[in-house]
Design a binder for this molecule. Structure first.
Ligand SMILES: [Zn+2]
Length: 252
């Protein structure tokens, strides 16, 4: 009998479902490991290479992967973990205005662990317009946040953050991030994926905040904003326009 590994979703629990994972980094790696037995098709979107400085939190990769295409290394790792090769699809690109809607429409759910605000807003807008649910994740230093936005209505990412911030933002590359905190956040994102695709509540309307200084998990209510440009009463965003997503990086 094959033993189910710990910290994994049950075998076959997401059979036939397709999940787009934007960013195979500190959040995407533990998320993918947690979903490795789920039987979902995992569509991975990234254009980066494995970097030595990230190995402590990008747990799919080993030292021998440094310099390799991140998606190829991730596929090899997932196959070693038992994911059938035909259940892994690689999109060798960042999420872009020209591919975001099509990618969102091609899956049942989107997960974004992107390291910049422009990609996060693009993913949020594309999912709302494509009527797909999305799990957002972010981590920097000792803090991480995770939240689920349903396919219709709000509150959405723009209810909370409104628009891509102007000016450079400090991200995990500059500020650092604690590996166990980002691992916790990635596992929590996987749990929200499971809840959402199993008809669960997935904490709709609540941001889950991990405070690594005090080891606290808080559930913070996020009200829908009537003036939200995406999901409000008179939305102004009805298509993906490239100039909305050109503000500087980088959050995470
Ligand atoms: Zn909104």
């Amino acid at each position: 009998m094959t033993r189910t590994r710990p910290l994994r979703a049950s075998r076959g629990v997401l059979s036939g479902r397709r999940i787009l994972v934007i960013g195979v980094g500190g959040l995407g790696c533990p998320l993918l490991l947690a979903l490795a037995d789920s039987d979902a098709t995992l569509v991975l979107c990234d254009d980066d290479q494995v970097d030595l400085s990230n190995l402590h939190r990008q747990v799919l990769f080993e030292a021998s992967d440094v310099g390799r295409d991140k998606l190829e290394a991730a596929r090899d790792a997932l196959v070693r973990e038992g994911v059938p090769n035909q259940h892994i699809e690689l999109i060798h690109s960042r999420l872009l205005p020209e591919n975001a809607l099509e990618l969102a429409r091609s899956v049942d759910l989107v997960v974004e662990g992107a390291d910049n605000f422009a990609t996060k807003f693009l993913a949020a807008d594309a999912c709302h317009l494509a009527e797909r649910p999305i799990v957002h994740g972010a981590a920097v230093r000792l803090d991480a946040t995770v939240w689920f936005v349903p396919p219709a209505g709000g509150p959405c990412y723009r209810c909370l953050f409104e628009d891509v911030p102007s000016g450079a933002q400090m991200g995990c590359t500059e500020a650092g991030v604690l590996g166990p905190v980002v691992g916790l956040a990635g596992a929590l994102m996987a749990e929200l994926v499971l809840q959402a695709l199993s008809g669960g509540e997935a904490h709709v309307g609540h941001l889950l905040s991990i405070d690594g200084r005090r080891d606290r998990l808080r559930r913070i209510a996020i009200p829908a904003r009537a003036s939200c440009a995406l999901c409000g009463e008179t939305p102004t965003i009805s298509e993906i326009i490239e100039t909305r997503y050109t503000a500087p990086s980088c959050a995470a």
